[in-house]
Design a protein around this ligand. Sequence first.
Ligand code: AMP
Ligand code: ZN
Length: 114
Amino acid sequence: MTDPDCLFCKIVAGDVPAEVVHTTERTLAFRDINPQAPLHVLVVPRHHEPNAAASAEADAAVFAEIATAARSVATGAGYDDYRLVFNTGAGVGQTVFHTHCHVLAGRPMGWPPG
Ligand code: AMP
Ligand code: ZN
């Protein structure tokens, strides 16, 4: 499914430019336009769903592929330690309603998150 109004669907389609760093059959990974760490990449499923759980329900395999793509992005950049974040809902900061996994690495990260 593709949503014609969705920014990340447009990036997947190549209609909006992005710095793509990794691709798989079901996923695309590109640099976040407003990086919050030395490595900040978004891994998105090619298929539009609004959030992580919806993607998992639509296609369980895509979730495994997002996790392994995220590892490839992090280790490929030299980071064995990295943080994965799926914001779900505007109340916790989700601004793009196409599932995306933030891959963050390269600086100390506090816990719990702010
Ligand atoms: P979230 O707040 O979890 O929905 O994350 C959305 C992320 O998308 C933010 O970190 C934005 O900086 C990022 N973003 C927005 N527009 C673009 C774009 N055109 N290319 C790359 N990243 C983007
Ligand atoms: Zn989309």
